[in-house]
Write a protein that binds this ligand. Structure first.
Ligand code: N01
Length: 545
């Protein structure tokens, strides 16, 4: 039971001061709503505040990795390179927070522990980690799909006995970790592992990588931006903004209306080579059917495998690094010298699918084949994604039903537009499950979600609406629609954090809207234009719209 004594009354509470929470605060406060953001960290940035591991970078080109609601703001900031490192992204978010004077309404070092809907008063009672509680009309989660509260440290026997240091990439210390001359182990070869492995290898005495699944990774080919290029982009602000709104992934990718199987092998090779040389994620969009047709997908998969064989000198090592799943059906990774790192003398690779980890010993890691002595162990083992950040909190809707109960622990996730769920009135989820969230350029997705929520709240105020709640029918059909769309892709076949397969015992389900941002936006706007169709709006306890 949340104590309601001496409570602060607010219009809105937002959790998290990343891209989502910052923009939500800016809009709501600007329209006169009393709003408070609660943030676990002692600064803004969300995932970029926590993911300070060496080598952390963005995988969207920085000119699109921005807020574009303000031309002035866009023009005042200058990115140094195509894929900047984490400190620069964090500086950008601090620049925005300062520029918009956001911090005065953000309470740092504070977690939302519980949020319960009080049906008698139609308000959310919110319990904070500092022991106080607040009451808010609207409860908005900006916790992202991957959160420090949902990092995945695998339950491997013996970690508590390990005598060395250990870290998780998603909750990295603020101080530099000194790898110099040390025996370092990295478990995990997703985006975080693939970014950090080449950097740690340069400093460590010896690096042992524990790989469960070999990954597809494309060269980032990062480069410093030319001042003239930046000038032109800033001048073309409206075009950048348009591209972030109108393209499927929230940033330009010119997908030709052409199957990979229509081209001859020579033509295909030429196309793939040109994307490989250009760097970044473009290769995914080289043909229209790479993520829908297994045969087409295999042509790209085999191309990347051939590149790994070219880069890695030792054929046995190259074979261990050969990905076997469908290309790009796990989140695609872009790297700087990842495969090249396996040519270093101080790097070895252990296939833990073949020889699983048995335990962590005081000295290191023991697999079924050998023991590896380590001074430092890095878990690049990802997150309980999508539902994890939400289900870690005690969120209760009508009749005291928890979100976890409603979603049956994650096996029955139902939302309407990924923004709301039935029985949880006046609660909105930015980048929630079944929204496009992470399938593309995340700031583009966030801006759309935040703007829609803001417009919705404005409408509720103008119409004197007390509560808004997704209907069961609307969320049933939205969930069905999301599943049907996802089933036309190869994404659902992968063992990934997209499908929940990375977490032991987690129910499987593909919880991202795959129809692309423009179609999603259209559906959101249609619902709004039809008086928030699919939602039940209640003006008082008796009047139903
Ligand atoms: O996590 P992951 P991540 N024993 O889940 C392995 C974003 N991001 O932090 O594939 C052994 O992708 C696991 O193996 P498997 C981005 O969206 C973005 O790297 O499940 N291994 C996998 O290799 C990204 O997708 C950026 O078999 C275990 C790895 O750990 C998302 O965050 C940078 C294991 C986890 O990979 C997550 O990326 C960083 C176990 N028990 C992150 N458990 C950029 O912007 C897990 N693994 C570039």
């Amino acid at each position: 039971m949340i104590s309601t004594q001496k409570q602060t009354y607010l219009d809105a509470v937002v959790i998290g001061a990343g891209f989502s929470g910052m923009y939500m605060l800016h809009l709501l406060r600007g329209a006169g709503y009393s709003t408070r953001v609660y943030e676990k960290g002692d600064g803004v940035g969300g995932a970029w505040y926590w993911s300070r591991y060496p080598g952390a970078r963005c995988d969207s080109e920085s000119i699109y990795y921005n807020f574009t609601f303000s031309e002035e703001l866009y023009k005042e900031w200058t990115w140094s390179s195509r894929y900047p490192e984490q400190p620069e992204i964090l500086r950008y978010l601090n620049f925005v927070a300062d520029r918009l004077d956001l911090s005065r309404d953000i309470q740092f070092n504070t977690e939302v522990k519980a949020a319960h809907f009080d049906e008698a008063n139609n308000r959310w009672q919110i319990q904070l980690s500092d022991g106080t509680s607040v009451s808010a009309k609207y409860f908005i989660t900006g916790v992202g799909c991957l959160s420090v509260n949902a990092t995945n440290v695998p339950n491997i026997k013996g970690l508590d006995r390990f005598k060395g240091e250990w870290y998780h990439t998603g909750a990295w210390p603020h101080e530099k970790v000194d790898f110099k001359g040390k025996r370092v182990g990295v478990i995990g070869t997703g985006s975080s592992g693939i970014q950090t492995i080449p950097v740690i290898a340069q400093e460590a005495g010896h690096l042992t990588v524990f790989q469960r699944t070999a990954q597809f990774s494309l060269p980032a080919r990062n480069y410093p931006y030319d001042p003239e290029f930046i000038r032109q982009k800033k001048e073309n602000f409206h075009e950048i903004r348009r591209q972030m709104i109108e393209t499927s992934g929230g940033l330009p990718m010119n997908v030709p209306d052409r199957s990979a199987l229509e081209d001859t092998p020579e033509e295909r090779q030429r196309v793939y080579e040109s994307y490989w040389e250009e760097g970044g994620t473009g290769l995914i969009a080289s043909y229209t059917d790479l993520l829908a047709n297994e045969e087409a997908n295999e042509t790209a998969a085999e191309f990347v495998r051939s590149k790994i064989r070219e880069i890695v000198h030792d054929p046995k090592m190259a074979e261990k690094l050969m990905p076997k799943y469908h290309f790009a059906t796990k989140r695609i990774v872009i790297d700087t010298n990842y495969f090249e790192t396996y040519n270093r003398e101080n790097v070895s690779l252990v296939d833990v699918k073949k020889a699983p980890i048995v335990e962590i010993t005081p000295k290191g890691i023991r697999t079924t084949e050998a023991e590896y002595e380590l001074d430092i162990l890095v878990f690049a083992t990802g997150y309980d994604g999508m539902t994890g950040p939400l289900l870690k909190m005690d969120i209760r809707g009508k009749e005291g039903v928890t979100l976890k109960e409603k979603w049956d622990g994650g096996s029955q996730v139902k939302t309407y537009l990924g923004l709301a769920t039935a029985s949880f009135p006046n609660m909105f989820t930015i980048t929630g499950p079944q929204s496009p969230s992470v399938l593309g350029n995340v700031p583009s997705m966030i801006q759309q979600h935040v703007e829609w929520i803001f417009e919705c709240i404005q409408y509720l105020r103008s119409q004197g609406v007390e509560t808004i709640e997704a209907t069961v029918g609307a969320e049933e059909s939205w969930s069905k629609h999301c599943n049907e769309l996802a089933d036309t892709t190869l994404y659902t076949k992968a063992e990934s954090w997209y499908t929940g397969a990375n977490i032991e015992g987690k129910p499987r389900g593909f919880l991202i809207y795959t129809g692309g941002l423009p179609l999603y936006r259209q559906k959101c706007n249609e619902a709004a234009a039809n008086g928030y169709e699919g939602f039940s709006l209640i003006a008082s306890k008796k009047t139903v719209f």
